[in-house]
Structure formats: C-alpha cells, structure tokens
Design a protein. Sequence first.
Length: 148
Amino acid sequence: MLDIHKIFESLPHRYPFLLVDRILEMSEEKVVGYKNVTINEPFFQGHFPSEPVMPGVLILEAMGQVGGMLISRRPELKGSVLYLTSVEKARFRRPVVPGDRLVTEASIERIRGRVGKVRTVARVDDNIVAEAVLGFVIAARLTGEDAE
C-alpha cells in the first residue's frame, strides 16, 4: 500500500488536480488505487450544484493517474513524466457522486520503447462505472525540475 507521500514522489499532480488518494495494491503488471469523492471537490460547484456528478473527463483523469503510478514507479523512469496520448474504448456506465470511493484497477496492455497503453477499469462498490484503454508517452519533465 502506498500513501499520499509516496504518490507525491511518483506523480507531478497536486491539489486540486491530484485524483489519487491511496494505492492499495501494486505489482509490475497491475495497480489498484482509489479516490475518495467528496462534496468539497471544486468541480461540484458547477457540475452540477443541484445534482452533483463527477465529470467524466475527471474520472478518466483519475484512471490515468492510477495507471501512471504503475509506470512511474519503475526505477529506470525516475524523473520522467507521462503524457496522455489517446483514450480508446471509453465507456461510462454509472455516475460518480459525492460519498463514492472511486477504485481504479490499471494493467499494462503494452509498452514499446517510450510509448504504451494501460487498460483501466473504475468501480464504485464493485459496480463498474467507467473503463478505457489509455495511451501514453514517457518523456522528460519540461521544466527539468523534480516535483516538490
């Protein structure tokens, strides 16, 4: 299990855009992590005030960040950053609302050189809420600085 401090070491994202609270399970081929969705999230102010629903693009982002943990924890990639290059076979099955725990499982579909794909499935209470295959490229950080 990885706490938020280990996540900070691996992902460049920070509040309000860090969408992974904890990693529950990690191997070389698979990672499971979650985001606790609360009414305090800034996006709920406008999406939608009377019917708060987590935007689909942020569900995909949370899935991508969990997938990014799988790749970025590799020792040979320390100091690199992942950029999303494609979203394939994306499906949204149910809304994600305040109080939900969005649990994402990501597994490597393939990596060739500096590009690859991860298969992601997000669940709330064992019900699939979204799934997608996310493409990425591994690159040096644009600023050349390590994350704080």
